[in-house]
Write a protein that binds this ligand. Structure first.
Ligand SMILES: NC(=O)c1ccc[n+]([C@@H]2O[C@H](COP(=O)([O-])OP(=O)(O)OC[C@H]3O[C@@H](n4cnc5c(N)ncnc54)[C@H](OP(=O)(O)O)[C@@H]3O)[C@@H](O)[C@H]2O)c1
Length: 361
């Protein structure tokens, strides 16, 4: 059953806001009746594309109050985009949200906060992602219980993933509006730093990475709400490309070779630390290990790309086994710096764009 009344928990956050905007953009097209944002604090409505979503203050420790909000708006679908560095609070919030929703008659769909590499694949390496696992157990249990109690019941959930946000490729663009490449996301270098012409690469760079632009994640999620059936996993991709391929693109666009550090397993282990101030560096190093060990490899086809009509940046997903090799379309810098290339790395000027624009350093 399609979604019409949707609550986005954490929808004021980074990817959350992109998803809320994706829903607001599609509100009329999909005849969405209600879009609300759940937040631990009140805030003005989120307005986008002429539509608005009220931000409702909730207490995630209080199931009854959560239930009352979801009931009041007759919510049928909850999309969780909450995050945080406190696993206990994160786990409790998502669990209470699910348990509250399960008591609401109109509710039938839940998407836990994933939106990266599937947590079940990488949680052995990326410790912070272990906090994403308990809700998956609860979701499977809830579905099983409903099927036992009400065979044919409509409860379903989907673990929605998108790889790495493509926006991070825009890090270090020194053009005046270069920061816009990041959208609402945090600004830090992940592998590539364009302003320093530097690449910090896990392994030999031959591992493929799934990239999806945050705006496209919003569009994919909005489109997924209109599917009659939710599969347990929805995987999407804007582009799938090796790190070395991205490096060559960066060097081509910047017109210079990058200073490149290829990190062996030993290099990565030496950079790991349990010191609190090294939290983010450690998180990235865990991600590097997951990359070189193959934990982050795409193990499923990008089913959401096939199920919905969204044409993401980098949308011409490389056909495998040499079939229908189409050009890759990568946007390093949203709205500012677009370029198109084919597999021989020959530039093609598109009708609206004359060629790659070098970064001013
Ligand atoms: N694919 C990628 O490259 C990538 C990158 C980053 C993140 N992600 C994933 O995307 C998801 C969201 O991450 P994000 O960076 O967008 O999140 P975020 O902006 O850091 O946080 C989202 C919202 O969560 C709420 N929140 C924080 N702590 C909470 C708690 N204890 N209980 C309930 N709500 C809480 C806050 O909303 P209020 O203050 O309004 O309540 C916050 O705005 C995560 O699953 C993360 O792993 C993926």
């Amino acid at each position: 059953m399609k979604s019409q009344r949707i609550a986005v928990a954490g929808g004021q956050g980074k990817i959350g806001k992109h998803i809320v905007e994706g829903l607001l953009e599609a509100k009329q097209r999909y005849s969405l009746e209600v879009i609300i944002v759940l937040s631990r604090s009140g805030a003005p409505d989120i307005t986008y594309a002429g539509n608005s979503a009220p931000v409702i203050a909730v207490d995630y420790t209080d199931q009854a109050s959560l239930q009352s909000v979801l009931d009041k708006y007759k919510i049928d679908t909850v999309i969780s985009t909450i995050s945080g560095h406190t696993p206990d609070a994160f786990i409790t919030s998502q669990e209470n949200l699910l348990q509250a929703a399960l008591k609401v008659p109109s509710f039938h769909r839940f998407a836990p906060s994933e939106f990266a590499i599937p947590s079940e694949q990488v949680a052995d390496k990326i410790k912070l992602y272990q906090m994403k696992l308990p809700i998956l157990q609860s979701l499977r249990r809830a579905k099983q219980q409903q099927q036992q109690q009400r065979p044919g019941g409509s409860f379903e959930f989907s673990i929605i993933n998108c790889g790495m946000f493509m926006n991070y490729l825009g890090y270090g663009n020194t053009k005046p509006d270069g920061h816009k490449a990041h959208g609402y996301l945090a600004r830090f270098p992940i592998i590539f730093d364009l302003s320093r012409r530097y690449a910090d690469i896990p392994g030999d760079g031959e591992k493929e990475i799934i990239y999806t632009h945050a705006d496209d994640v919003g569009r994919f999620v909005a489109a997924a709400t209109q599917l009659d059936v939710w599969e347990e996993y929805f995987d999407m991709a804007g582009e799938v490309v090796t790190i070395n391929e991205v490096l060559r693109m960066c060097e081509d666009v910047c017109g210079t070779k990058f200073d490149v550090k290829y990190n062996s397993r030993e290099d990565i282990l030496a950079r790991m630390s349990s010191a609190p101030e090294k939290f983010m560096e450690n998180f990235f190093m865990e991600g590097y290990l997951a990359t070189i060990d193959g934990d982050s490899d795409a193990i499923r086809p990008n089913n959401l790309n096939k199920l919905v009509d969204v044409k993401p940046m980098g949308s011409m997903i490389r056909a495998r086994q040499g079939k229908n090799l189409e050009s890759i379309f990568i946007i390093f810098d949203f709205h500012l710096w677009e370029w198109r290339m084919d597999f021989t790395y020959t530039y093609h000027a598109s009708s609206s764009f004359a060629g790659p624009v070098p970064i001013q350093s």
